[in-house]
Design a protein around this ligand. Structure first.
Ligand SMILES: Cc1ncc(COP(=O)(O)O)c(C=O)c1O
Length: 455
């Protein structure tokens, strides 16, 4: 196995990189699914960055839509004015849920959508005909990620990301187990028994913090980078929703990474038999053309606000930004016009099956899981005991670095999936318009990278 080689060449830059003295490659151009560096290297973007670039780069239709918006007006302040672009986008989002999520609050990132969700959940209980001001707590899951501001980081359950900031995080959040069959389902346990156990754990947590104190249970519908593309076992979300309903709490589904088509349906919850009370989306909404995220609000929450104060006590300067909305609208039209969800569904299983065929037997591949165009490979030291590599070995960053420098492929990588500290994954999240040949190329290069790093 290779030791990580780090190029320390960022000292002359004024940018704060992930590592202050390490400048990542500079991208100067793009070509469909490839990023072109200043040295002319074409890097296959196998994860759309952080599962963002869902229709590839430099799409002429989206570029034109952005220009048309800029040539009419670039910015308006949301409390004073609205725009056709934001109205159209919000309507499309609502209609995509058959108006079950009847309104959208459009912001500039996934984190901001989560922050808005937390405030909306709290406000909902204050607006009820009989207000419930005791509800201030949230129950989320370990090995989860919901963003990096203090509120959203408090919600997340990733030990290492929280560690430096623990003393300044909010204390109104507690965490239960994720749905993580690879490590947590016991030998011989059926899906039903596993779900029942997780539902009981959630019930116990409600009881521990006081059922009338809980605003919401929050989960990623399909887990992102802190667990690595893990879909829940069948029946899990229905069971979790039942616990929430029993105690009058809301269900918040974070689809910042897994939503907007990534898993083969526009909303990942469509495959779970539940409708959330609040939902966050972001990455696949604008495909990376502009920063954008949204909170989608169930009609029952909207009705409570309508009958209450009639307002949401929250706003942001760039809320409903017209250029971001125009870009996202066009991205969504392309997904619809080109039947891209169908493509994700058709080729998603192919991608997963080919990964399993080519890498499933590898000594250091513990698990391959995912849905649609959202697949994770979890690496282990020992396949039988499932012992993860210690974080100090930096295996996931090494896989990423090797991919970029030696095989011109970029994966999203994550560390801490096993317990919040140790455990390495890479994620493969191709653009929705990837062809079978594109998938084959991604798999070829992935196999080369894994063999290079692990032998
Ligand atoms: C599930 C999930 N929620 C929230 C966020 C935060 O989104 P952003 O980085 O756009 O603020 C992310 C980002 O990776 C995410 O994966």
């Amino acid at each position: 196995m290779e030791a990580e080689k780090v190029q320390k060449n960022g000292d002359d830059s004024a940018i704060i990189y992930a590592k202050l003295d390490t400048r990542p490659p500079t991208i100067v151009n793009s070509n469909g699914n490839y990023l072109i560096t200043e040295d002319g290297q074409a890097i296959l973007d196998a994860s759309g960055g952080a599962a963002v670039a869902c229709i590839g780069h430099n799409n002429a239709r989206v570029n034109d839509a952005i220009m048309r918006q800029l040539q009419s007006f670039s910015y308006i302040y949301a409390p004073f004015f609205t725009s056709p672009a934001s109205e159209k986008l919000a309507k499309m989002l609502s209609e995509s849920t058959q108006n079950q999520m009847s309104k959208a609050f459009i912001v500039s990132s996934g984190t901001e959508a989560i922050e808005a969700a937390l405030k909306m959940a709290r406000q909902y209980f204050l607006e009820l005909p009989t207000p419930e001001p005791s509800r201030s707590r949230f129950i989320a899951r370990r090995q989860s990620y919901h963003g990096n501001t203090l509120g959203s980081l408090s919600l997340g359950g990733h030990v290492a990301r929280r560690a430096p900031y623990t003393p300044i995080l909010t204390t109104n959040v507690s965490h239960v187990s994720p749905c993580y069959p690879y490590r947590d389902k016991t030998a011989g346990e059926t899906d039903e028994a596993y779900v029942a156990r997780l539902a009981q754990e959630l019930e116990d947590e409600f009881q521990a913090v006081g059922p009338n104190n809980v605003c919401a249970f929050v989960a990623e519908t399909v887990s992102g980078t802190t667990l690595g593309c893990v879909p829940a076992v069948s029946g899990y979300f229905k069971a979790m929703k039942e616990v929430c309903d029993r105690h009058g709490a809301l269900l918040i589904l974070d689809e910042v990474m897994s939503g907007m088509g990534r898993c083969g349906t526009l909303h990942a919850w469509e495959q779970e038999g539940v409708v959330p009370d609040l939902q966050t989306v972001a990455k696949g909404l604008g495909g990376g053309y502009t920063p954008i995220g949204a909170l989608l609000v169930n009609k029952r929450v909207v009705e409570a606000l309508n009958k209450g104060t009639g307002s949401f006590v929250h706003s942001q300067t760039y809320q409903g930004h017209p250029v971001a909305c125009a870009a996202a609208w066009e991205v969504q039209q392309i997904i619809r016009d080109d039947n891209l969800l169908e493509n994700v569904r058709n080729l998603g299983d192919y991608l997963g099956n080919r990964l399993k065929e080519r890498l499933g037997d590898h000594d250091h591949v513990g698990d391959i899981r995912g849905r649609g165009f959202f697949w994770g490979i979890e690496f282990v030291q020992d396949k039988t005991s499932k012992e993860p590599f210690p974080v100090e070995r930096k295996m996931a960053p090494l896989i990423h670095a090797t991919g970029v420098s030696k095989y011109s492929i970029s994966f999203l990588h994550g560390v801490g999936v096993a317990d919040g500290k140790d455990g390495d994954i890479i994620q493969i999240a191709p653009p929705y318009n990837a062809t079978k040949a594109d998938i084959d190329l991604i798999i070829e290069r992935t196999v080369l990278v894994v063999k290079h790093v692990f032998g």
